[in-house]
Design a protein around this ligand. Structure first.
Ligand code: 6PG
Length: 256
C-alpha cells in the first residue's frame, strides 16, 4: 500500500486509489491533468472522449477551471453527459444542466450535438429516463445486451452516502438492466433521473470528488468499512479505475 501526502495517495489495489489534497483548488489542478490524460488516450484510441458529469457544488471549481482556457481541449471530440439530473426545467436554479452550462458550456466552443442533457421535455420522469437510455444506446452504438462504457464518470458523494441520484434504499439502486432510472423519494428534493450502477460500474474511470468535514464520516464508512448500505460503496468499476479525490477535511477520519 503506497502512502503519500499532498497528494496523499493510497492504492487499495492496482485499480483503486485514494488521493488526499490540501484543498479543492489542488484537486481541480489534479483533475485537469487526469482529464488531459484520460481524454487524450480516449481520443487517440477511438477519436472521441465520453464523460458523465455530476451536479452538486463540489465540482463547480473544476468546471470553471476546465473552461479557463477555452482552447485547451478539443471540445469537438468530447461528449458530455450528466450522471444525474433533477426533474426541473433546464433554467431552474437546481438544474444540474444549468450549473454545467453556466460554469463550463457557456465559456467553451462545443458543438451542440456533443452535449447530452437528460431530456426533460417528456411527459413524466419514467419517459425521461427511457429517452436518456435511447440516447445512450444511440451514442455508444450498442447492440442489445451491451452496456455503455464511459471513458470517465465524475461523481460526488452526499452525507447519506448517495452518489449520482442513487440514494440509500432507493429502487434505482437495484436496477440491473436499464441505463437510467427515475428517482422519486419523499425525503429527496426534486424527482430525478440517474445513471444506474450497471453503467457506472462499466466505466473505464470513475472519479469521486469529495470535500469538506461534513463528508468525513461517510468517506470513512465507504473507504475504510465498505459499508454496502451506502450507494457509493457499490461503485466498483469491474474493469476500470476508481479514484477518490478528497480534501484534507473529507479524508480526516480515514484510518486504514
Ligand atoms: C446532485 C448530484 C449528487 C452530488 C452529491 C454531492 O445532483 O446532487 O449529482 O450526487 O454529487 O449530492 O453534492 P455536493 O457536491 O453539493 O456536496
Amino acid at each position: 500500500m503506497a502512502v503519500h501526502l499532498y497528494p496523499f495517495i493510497r492504492n487499495m489495489d492496482q485499480r483503486q486509489s485514494i488521493f488526499v489534497f490540501e484543498n479543492n483548488d489542488r484537486i481541480s489542478a489534479f483533475l485537469i491533468d487526469q482529464w488531459k490524460e484520460i481524454s487524450g488516450e480516449a481520443i487517440r484510441r477511438r477519436g472521441v472522449f465520453s464523460v458523465a458529469l455530476s451536479g452538486g457544488g463540489t465540482p463547480i471549481s473544476f468546471y470553471q477551471r476546465l473552461a479557463e482556457d477555452p482552447h485547451a481541449f478539443p471540445w469537438n471530440k468530447i461528449h458530455l453527459f450528466l450522471a444525474d439530473e433533477r426533474f426541473v426545467p433546464h433554467d431552474h436554479p437546481d438544474s444540474n444542466y444549468r450549473m454545467v452550462r453556466q460554469t463550463l458550456l457557456n465559456k467553451i466552443e462545443i458543438p451542440r450535438e456533443n452535449v447530452h442533457p437528460v431530456p426533460l421535455e417528456t411527459p413524466d420522469l419514467q419517459s425521461s429516463a427511457e429517452k436518456y437510455e435511447v440516447e445512450l444506446t444511440r451514442f455508444f452504438k450498442l447492440s442489445p445486451g451491451q452496456i455503455p462504457r464511459f471513458d470517465l464518470i465524475l461523481l460526488g458523494i452526499g452525507e447519506d452516502g448517495h452518489t449520482a441520484s442513487l440514494f440509500p434504499g432507493s429502487p434505482a439502486l437495484t436496477e440491473g438492466k436499464h441505463f437510467a432510472a427515475p428517482v422519486v423519494l419523499d425525503h429527496v428534493r426534486h424527482q430525478r433521473v440517474t445513471l444506474t450502477l450497471p453503467v457506472i460500474n462499466q466505466a473505464e474511470n470513475v472519479l469521486f470528488l469529495v470535500t469538506g468535514e461534513n463528508k468525513a464520516t461517510v468517506v470513512r464508512k465507504i473507504v475504510d468499512q465498505e459499508d454496502f448500505s451506502l450507494p457509493a460503496s457499490r461503485v466498483h468499476p469491474g474493469s476500470g479505475n476508481l479514484f477518490f479525490l478528497l480534501d484534507q477535511e473529507a479524508g480526516s477520519q480515514l484510518t486504514r
